[in-house]
Write a protein that binds this ligand. Structure first.
Ligand code: NAD
Ligand code: UGA
Length: 453
C-alpha cells in the first residue's frame, strides 16, 4: 500500500520503517531539514535498537523515502499518518498546532479519497478538528476530494519501539460509522492484516473512544508507578523492602508484575504530558481528576528523592563535594532525555555546590545539548559538569555514586573497582539494581528506593 507518514520523529520513523519492512511503499515527511538530511545520508537521528537496520534495508529497496516536500508527500499516500508532536501547552492541554498544520497541508494538496490517520496522541475531539481543518482547505480551493479521519493511537515504548510496533499487544482503531468511514476501515484492515495473522489484535471502536483509550492507558501506567513510589517512600520509613512487596502483590494476576517498579520517578516525552492533558480535558468538562493531580505531584517529588537522600547523608551544603551519576536518559536503550529524572538530580547537586561527573552509554551527545539549555543562565554550574568517557572514570574521587537509569551495563559492575575509585563506597540507587544485603557484605553503604529494611 502507498503510505505517507507526516512527522519523522520517534513514532513516525518507527511506523514508517516498520510498515516499509512489511512491503508497503512509504514516504516519510518532516519539516526538520536536518533530520531528513541525516536519514538521506544513511544515518538515524535517534537511538532505537534494531531501527537502523530496518531503515537501511528498506531505503536500499526503495520502499522508504525521506523528504521535506509536502506536495509530494500528500500525492504519495492513500493513507496519510499524522505522527507529529503534541507537546503540552502552557495550561497543560495538548498543543495541537503541529497536528492541525499537517491537516491543513493535506487539505491544500489532496486529490481523490484519502484516509487520514491520527497516530499522534491527541485529546478527544481532535479527529473532528482535523476534519474541519482539511475541509476548510478543500473549500478554499473548491476541491471535491473526500477523506475520512481515523484514530489509531500508538502504544510503543522507546527502547523497545521496533519490537512493540512489530508485535503489538493491541491495535486500536477508531473509525466513523458512515460510508467514508467504512472505506477507511477497509484500508486500515488491509494495512494491519500482517499483524493479525495468528490472532486478531485489532480493537475496532468509535473515533472518540480510540482517542481516549490512549490517554487512559498512559494515565493508568503512570498511576501504578506513582502509587508504587509512594509505597516505597513509606517502606523506607517503616522498615519494609518494596522489592519483596512488588513480588508479593505482582503475583496476583489481577495486579500483574509490569510497571510496579519503584524508582526515582517516571520521565519521557509522554507520561508527564499525557497525564496533564487528560487532567485538562477533564477540567474542560467540569470534572477534576483528583487521582491524576496526585500522580503528577508524587512524580515531581519522586524525581527529587535521590537528591533528598544525598543531602540527608552529606548535608544540604555540597560545596567541595563531588558526585558521579550513571544514567542520563529517561530509561535504558534510548538517548531520549525529555523529562529525565537525571536532569532534576544534576540540577539539585550543582545548585547545592557540588561538582558532578556524568556517564550514559548512549546519550552523552544529547546530554551535552540538553544541559547547555538547562543551565544556559548559569554557566558557572554548567562548568561543574564533567562528561566521563566510561562508567568507572565517572567514579574517580567521587563522594558517592547515584544511579538514575537502569542500563544493563550498570547491573553487575566490578564492585572492587567501584570501591577503589570512589572516595567512600556509597551508592544511591534510583532503580533498585542491587540487593542491600549483598551491598552490605561488599562493604558498600547502599541507599535504594524503599529498601531500608
Ligand atoms: P518527535 O518530536 O520525536 O517527532 C515529531 C516530528 O514531527 C518532528 O521530527 C517534527 O519536526 C515533525 N513535525 C512537526 N510538524 C510537522 C509538520 N507539519 N509536517 C511534518 N513534520 C512535522 O515526537 P514523537 O515522540 O515521535 O511523538 C509524536 C506523537 O506520538 C506525540 O503525540 C506523542 O505523544 C505520541 N507518542 C509518542 C511515543 C514515544 O515513545 N515517543 C509513543 C506513543 C505515542
Ligand atoms: C510509555 C508507555 O509505556 C507506552 O505504551 C506509550 O506508547 C508511550 O509512553 C507513549 O505514549 O509515548 P515510554 O515513555 O517510552 O512508553 O517508556 P516506559 O517504559 O513506559 O517508561 C516511562 C517511564 O516510567 C521511565 O522513566 C521509566 O523509568 C518509568 N518506569 C517504568 C518506572 O519508574 N517504573 C516502572 O515500573 C516502569
Amino acid at each position: 500500500m502507498k503510505i505517507t507518514i507526516i512527522g519523522t520523529g520517534y513514532v513516525g520513523l518507527v511506523t514508517g520503517a516498520c510498515l516499509a519492512e512489511l512491503g508497503n511503499d512509504v514516504f516519510c515527511l518532516d519539516v526538520d531539514h536536518n533530520k531528513i538530511e541525516i536519514l538521506n545520508s544513511g544515518g538515524i537521528p535517534i537511538h532505537e535498537p534494531g531501527l537502523d537496520e530496518i531503515v537501511a534495508r528498506n531505503r536500499a529497496a526503495g520502499r522508504l523515502v525521506f523528504s521535506t516536500d509536502v506536495a509530494a508527500s500528500v500525492a504519495h499516500g492513500d493513507v496519510q499518518f499524522i505522527a507529529v508532536g503534541t507537546p503540552p501547552d502552557e495550561d497543560g492541554s495538548a498543543d495541537l498546532q503541529y497536528v492541525l498544520a499537517a491537516a491543513r497541508n493535506i487539505g491544500k494538496h489532496m486529490k481523490g479519497f484519502k484516509v487520514i490517520v491520527d497516530k499522534s496522541t491527541v485529546p478527544v475531539g481532535t479527529a473532528e478538528r482535523v476534519a474541519a481543518a482539511i475541509q476548510d482547505e478543500l473549500a478554499q480551493c473548491a476541491s471535491t476530494a473526500t477523506f475520512s479521519v481515523v484514530s489509531n493511537p500508538e502504544f510503543l515504548k522507546e527502547g523497545a519501539a521496533v519490537e512493540d510496533f512489530m508485535r503489538p499487544d493491541r491495535i486500536v482503531i477508531g473509525c466513523d460509522d458512515n460510508s467514508l468511514g467504512n472505506l477507511a476501515r477497509a484500508q486500515m484492515k488491509k494495512l494491519y492484516t500482517p499483524f493479525n495473522r495468528n490472532h486478531e489484535r485489532t480493537y475496532w471502536m468509535d473515533v472518540r473512544s480510540a482517542e481516549f483509550t490512549k490517554y487512559a492507558a498512559n494515565a493508568m501506567l503512570a498511576t501504578r508507578i506513582s502509587f508504587m513510589n509512594e509505597l516505597a517512600n513509606l517502606a523506607d520509613q517503616v522498615g519494609v523492602d518494596i522489592e519483596a512487596v512488588r513480588h508479593g502483590i505482582g503475583s496476583d494476576p489481577r495486579i500483574g508484575h509490569s510497571f510496579l517498579y519503584a524508582g526515582c520517578g517516571y520521565g519521557g516525552s509522554c507520561f508527564p504530558k499525557d497525564v496533564q492533558a487528560l487532567e485538562r480535558t477533564a477540567q474542560d468538562y467540569g470534572q477534576d481528576l483528583l487521582i491524576l493531580h496526585a500522580v503528577e505531584a508524587v512524580n515531581e517529588k519522586q524525581k527529587q528523592v535521590l537528591g533528598a537522600k544525598i543531602m540527608k547523608r552529606f548535608g544540604s551544603d555540597l560545596n567541595g563535594r563531588h558526585f558521579a551519576i550513571w544514567g542520563l536518559a529517561f530509561k535504558p536503550n534510548t538517548d531520549d532525555m525529555r523529562a529525565a529524572s537525571s536532569r532534576v538530580l544534576l540540577s539539585e547537586l550543582l545548585r547545592a555546590g557540588a561538582t558532578v561527573a556524568v556517564y550514559d552509554p548512549v546519550s552523552m551527545a544529547e546530554a551535552k545539548r540538553v544541559f547547555a539549555l538547562d543551565f544556559a543562565d548559569t554557566p558557572e554550574l554548567l562548568a561543574n559538569i564533567h562528561y566521563a568517557t566510561n562508567p568507572m572514570d565517572a567514579l574517580d574521587q567521587a563522594d558517592a555514586l547515584a544511579i538514575v537509569t537502569e542500563w544493563k551495563a550498570f547491573r553487575s559492575p566490578d564492585f572492587e573497582q567501584v570501591k577503589a575509585k570512589l572516595k567512600q563506597a556509597v551508592i544511591f540507587d534510583g532503580r533498585n539494581l542491587f540487593e542491600p544485603a549483598v551491598m552490605t557484605e561488599l562493604g558498600v553503604e547502599y541507599h535504594g528506593i524503599g529498601r531500608s529494611v
